[in-house]
Design a protein around this ligand. Structure first.
Ligand SMILES: Cc1cc2nc3c(=O)[nH]c(=O)nc-3n(C[C@H](O)[C@H](O)[C@H](O)COP(=O)(O)O)c2cc1C
Length: 420
């Protein structure tokens, strides 16, 4: 990929806001930008399972422009391919308007829009002065977005976090939109809500923004999507155009599998159980087939974390597989992933050879429910992919309410999450 000089374009020549959103098919179910996790192989799997728009992982604009090795590892000719990876929004973090523009120019023919990350709360973002730490520098945000709005041939979008005050959040949203952002993704957590302090995303603030901003503003809601039915619930509660999921999608890529029905809850009968909570052997095989055909470094370096997440409850029961996943390193080959996939298939085949398992292969409604979304919790057998409830202050809580026991996978997984 070679660098090209930016050509000035009239913003009027580009599709804006709702017209742009409609031009990419009015997506409702969106895979979030995720460092080292929303790479090509994963996006292909997610699209096959119902996602109708995907974001790339956050790319570092300066590294993308100045380091060819980084650029080629993160984004190659297959990313944003018209037959297999669209619609696609490429996300960058940046704090230099011209560097961001140069980076965006390098991908403008391989995606539908470029997104500015204004949400990353990690220390690395504090040190690098990007992500949510730009929340303190509204002038710079304006320049970053407006430079793309004026000079890029495709639309610019932005993903923000909320402030503790909803009025300030509204003023901030208006500022980001006035700079030229054509879609606003709102992650309903503040910058402080990370790690052990993550807690629930605030859908009420997102609804407030929806009510206050003009109807032509396209808004995506992000946060608290753990089950497929949460998508309907969130759309209904907030009134926004679409719902974005990160962790829900990673632990169960079939979270988007059904069309949006606006029904309160989907009854989990036998047929929908396999659709909504697929068996780990099936999902792993589908993922493996995409991984095998995706040579990009980004897809292979992401694979270990994907396996830990997909197989999370399964690994507690089958520690030999856990050891195989833990042993994956940068020298691992596709045959190592094939071997793990076949091992999991063999175990599940043996499990289902026993008629007793069939009786246990049901989703039970749990007696807990969350306060805000009204979601019903479910007990899902360990051989099926399922949401993960994050540790909060040493305990694993669901929606801030439901303590579960921490298990051995957490250490391995924490190591993986540190990388992201
Ligand atoms: C592994 C991982 C990587 C992430 N990387 C990014 C990123 O590159 N850019 C970004 O804007 N947000 C990133 N996020 C945040 C998510 O996009 C999302 O805003 C957040 O996880 C809340 O959504 P959720 O409740 O559906 O998980 C990441 C989240 C996870 C779990």
């Amino acid at each position: 990929m070679t660098l090209s000089a930016p050509a000035a374009l009239s913003p009027a020549a580009k599709l804006s806001g709702r017209a742009f959103y409609e031009s990419i098919g009015s997506p409702k179910k969106i895979v979030a930008p995720m460092v080292d996790q929303s790479e090509l192989a994963w996006r292909k799997l997610s699209r096959r399972l119902g996602a109708d728009l995907c974001y790339t992982p956050m790319l570092h604009a300066r590294l993308f422009v100045t380091q060819e090795k980084y650029r080629n590892a993160m984004f190659d000719a297959l990313d944003g391919h018209s037959n297999t990876d669209r619609p696609l929004i490429v996300q960058f973090c940046a704090n230099e308007p011209d560097m961001l523009l140069q980076a965006a120019k390098l991908v403008e023919n391989q995606c539908d829009a470029v997104d500015l990350n204004l949400g990353c709360p990690q220390n690395i973002a504090r040190r690098g002065h990007y992500g949510s730490f730009l929340q303190d520098d509204w002038d710079l945000i304006y320049k970053l977005i407006n430079n793309l709005h004026v000079n890029l041939s495709i639309p610019v979008t932005a993903k923000i976090r909320i402030f503790p005050s909803r009025e300030k959040t509204l003023a901030y949203a208006r500022h980001v939109l006035s700079a030229g952002a054509q879609i606003l993704t709102v992650h309903g957590r503040t910058r402080e809500m990370k790690g052990q302090q993550t807690g629930l995303a605030d859908w009420k603030v997102i609804r407030f923004l929806r009510e206050q901003l003009p109807p032509e503003t396209v808004i995506f809601a992000n946060g608290n999507i753990l089950y497929h039915e949460d998508i309907n619930r969130c759309l209904k509660f907030t009134g926004v155009d679409a719902v974005m999921s990160a962790e829900g999608n990673l632990y169960n890529p079939a979270i988007f599998v059904k069309p949006i029905t606006y029904k309160e809850a989907i009854p989990v009968d036998c047929e929908s159980m396999e659709e909504l909570f697929p068996r780990v052997d099936r999902i792993l095989r589908e993922y493996f087939e995409f991984l095998k055909d995706t040579p990009a470094e980004a897809s292979h370096s992401a694979a270990k974390s994907h396996l830990f997440r997909l197989l999370r409850p399964f690994l507690s029961q089958h520690t030999a597989v856990r050891a195989e996943v833990a042993a994956i390193n940068r020298n691992s080959t596709i045959d190592d992933f094939r071997m793990i996939t076949e091992h999991v298939e063999e175990i599940v085949r043996d499990l289902f050879a026993d008629d007793n398992v069939k009786e246990k292969d049901i989703i039970r409604r749990s007696d807990q429910s969350s306060d805000q979304s009204g979601a019903e919790y479910k007990d899902v057998p360990y051989w099926r992919v399922q949401p993960y409830f994050r540790p909060v202050n040493g305990q694993i809580l669901f929606g801030g309410k439901r303590p579960l026991e921490e298990d051995k996978n957490d250490n391995e997984e924490r190591k993986e999450q540190k990388k992201t």
